[in-house]
Design a protein around this ligand. Sequence first.
Ligand code: FO1
Length: 315
Amino acid sequence: MKVVALSGGVGGAKFADGLARVLPAEDLTIIVNTGDDFEHLGMRISPDLDTVVYTLAGLAHPETGWGRADESWSFIETLDVLGGPTWFRVGDRDLALHIERTRRLRAGEPLSGVTRDLARRMGVEATVLPMSDDPTPTFVLTEEGPLPFQEYFVARGWQPKVKGFRFEGMDRARPAPGVLQAIDQAQAVLLGPSNPWVSLDPILAVPGIREAMIGKRVVAVSPIVGGKALKGPAAKIFTELGVPPSAAAVASHYRGTLTDFVLDAVDRESESEIRGFGMKVWIADTIMRSVEDRTRLAGEVLSFLGLPVAERRAV
Ligand code: FO1
């Protein structure tokens, strides 16, 4: 009973971790957004891949969700003294991952191969795949002009007003090896509570991925609860694009792709509107404050789909 999860950002990684705790490792493949990837300080950085791997490895920073828990900052403090750019905070242990990934990519290995090996070395058993081995950097089209994603998200704290997005090179990008096969063999494709615009749309835009999902059970967990995003700019972007942020707006955004939608209980009144989009609607407590919450939500979503839930691993 194979399951594929699409993930980007912290919310998607938490949901993927919940799935990894209620499914046998060989039954779970996580396809991760690489639109956030960029070259910085001479390193190839893949933040959403790292957030998934750190989260499933139990190494992620509990407050930020990105970077590592057991971190020190000698590198970035020294870089600051030397006058280098410190706006993107790279911890000392995190640095080793970026350096090693960059070394292997420069030696000609594909991102998917490097990711598979590094994830395994960090104790992650589920399959973690980038959506593509080809670069498709996300540019956020703002009233100041196009901004590379990390400049918008981190350097500018997602304040510039958004008018649209561009996924550079997407028309030439190919799904990473294993991506289409995993979707093809899956009983269900689960979209975690990630930002629709910058975390999930890039994955769905890779030529071949949306097509592979046709005829499949495709479920999304709403990243907007009570009109607000739990983390990051999703609700603000909806507003700037002229759409009042709501779970129904998210469901409408994915119309034609989803067969099911998971609403948080506070948005229960949107149930009939979303059913009108041609989706089955499920109600759950979708806010994941703890590892137990992740495990519970993942188990509930699998149960909604009539899929077996394995023994809950000791959390
Ligand atoms: N996000 C921030 O808001 N500030 C940072 O300094 C920062 C550093 C960072 C370092 C490594 C890494 O893997 C992620 C990091 N992130 C940081 C998160 C990153 O911007 C991600 O793209 C977001 O989590 C959105 O997916």
